[in-house]
Design a protein around this ligand. Sequence first.
Ligand code: AMP
Length: 391
Amino acid sequence: MVQKKTLHDINPKNKHVLIRVDFNVPIIDGEVGDDTRILSALPTIKYLLKEQAAIILCSHLGRPNGEPNPKYSLRLEGDHLVNLLKMPIAFAENCIGAEAVNATQSLKPGQILLLENTRFHAGETKNNPEMAKKLAALADIFVNDAFGSVHRAHASTVGVASLIPSVAGLSLEEEIKYLKNTLGNPDKPFVTILGGAKISDKIGVIQNLLKKADTIMIGGGMANTFFKSQGYPIGDSLVEDQALNTARDLVINAGSKLRLPIDLVIADKFEPNATSKTIPSGPIPNGWRILDIGPETVAQYMKVIQNAKTVVWNGPMGVFEFPAFSKGTVGIAQAVAESEALTIVGGGESVAAVKQSGLTEKISHISTGGGAFLKVLEGSTLPGVAALQDL
Ligand code: AMP
């Protein structure tokens, strides 16, 4: 990957600096839930405040389908940021147009303005050049600090970056450094744990990791498709029938590198209080479904993790939202946290599992990206990073 310019390569004093942040955080009962992504933007915001820049923040939130919708307003995030920074923050109800222009014109160095959700305009996700031009016109410099959005070529990530000097923020810089260094030259043994619902999202990831990793351990719903591809009946388990041939080929190509669960927790319903039992991997009776990996699998995966020098984890091992089926995910979170290896965890659910278990401090790097994290594991280019200026 080509080296990109960062905050250290600009002189932001008295300049209007547009920062693309990732304030796409979960909203629970009208409040900001997990604020990790907001916190990750603070170092860049504080740095630019100290450097006396006039700071303009923009972000998307949710999927408002290109129209203003109060449900997806960034006001809540703005209030949260006021509490974190303990300073007033101006808010513009439109990220482009007269309102945004007026608000940026009256913005002084050392002040912050938050623009409303970029996805209130259809041009955002279409990377519409007019929208990009209007965003770029608000600022002298563009800083992308939204790792969670760099896999998307949108107006506020790629479009704007080609129009004014554009650099990486501190959080984006750290994500890229960690992920690039690790995947480019991992200390061996390099082991990865992949889970989550779907195999189709992760085929490219598995193919790329087969070239780099020593062991790939599979859990979660995606294991079911592997089992079915090998001819086991899987009862009422989640499966992706269209991915069966790919799953079969991956198992053949991977040989002993790819590990599947050796035991499973199955349930008679997809419910938190379902009747459950633990069985060795094999045929699943009709009416039952796989909802977690079993304790033997956790023990086996744990041993591999203990001997690793580099560990990358993405995706839960089961339906961890139901406490009865969270033991596999929590067990893996503990094993990764206890490991002496360089450990990287990415993707909303696995990061949530680490947090719920109080293990955040014990992980070398927690990535704020879900889709972007998978793109890096896949070895794909990130358009939002590619669009920044080369060093
Ligand atoms: P993903 O977004 O692909 O990482 O998938 C995360 C979701 O996968 C979580 O909401 C889990 O509840 C779900 N999941 C994990 N294992 C299973 C399983 N065995 N059956 C159904 N859903 C699962």
